[in-house]
Design a protein around this ligand. Structure first.
Ligand code: GTP
Ligand code: MG
Length: 136
């Protein structure tokens, strides 16, 4: 069994696409193990995205992810669930993401790319502990 952290980012909540995204995850055969709609606090966003702290887009990224409520999900399935979710998401830039992927079908801009998914087993464990510290 594996778990990964998914964030339906503020743009997906604002655009009413959370149902569509959760449906795609569930139809794939993955399970929602935890869910919470909340506005992410800035310090938590900065820790979550700490690998990008020195990038020029860091400030914009943190402002974006904290601007309005996001839907935080722990998604559960096979050992490589993080990879399955990344495949469903599509690449970071929606303008070149293939059709059939969430970003490819539903978005156009890298800055508003709807969804976050952990990029490996260690990231998944770290991020789940950050957002759902009480989850067993
Ligand atoms: P996440 O699941 O959100 O982590 O996206 P990702 O893993 O596909 O991409 P990455 O971790 O490399 O970047 C994190 C987020 O920073 C992306 O989802 C984008 O929103 C944003 N981002 C990445 N690269 C750029 C860039 O070159 N310019 C801008 N403005 N934003 C970027
Ligand atoms: Mg990433």
């Amino acid at each position: 069994m594996g778990r990964t952290l998914v964030i339906c980012k503020p743009d997906s909540v604002e655009r009413g696409l959370v149902g569509e995204i959760v449906t795609r995850i569930e139809r794939k055969g993955l399970r929602i193990a935890a869910a919470e709609l909340r506005t992410i606090e800035r310090p938590l966003a900065e820790r979550h995205y700490e690998e990008h702290r020195d990038k020029p887009f860091f400030e914009a990224l943190v402002s974006f992810i904290t601007r309005a409520p996001a839907l935080l999900l722990v998604v559960e399935g096979p050992e490589d669930t993080w990879r399955i979710v990344r495949t469903l998401m599509g690449p970071t830039d929606p303008s070149t993401a293939p059709p059939g992927t969430i970003r490819g079908d539903l978005a156009t801009e890298t800055t508003e790319n709807l969804i976050h998914g952990s990029d490996g087993p260690e990231s998944a464990e770290r991020e789940i502990a950050l957002f759902f510290p009480g989850l067993r």
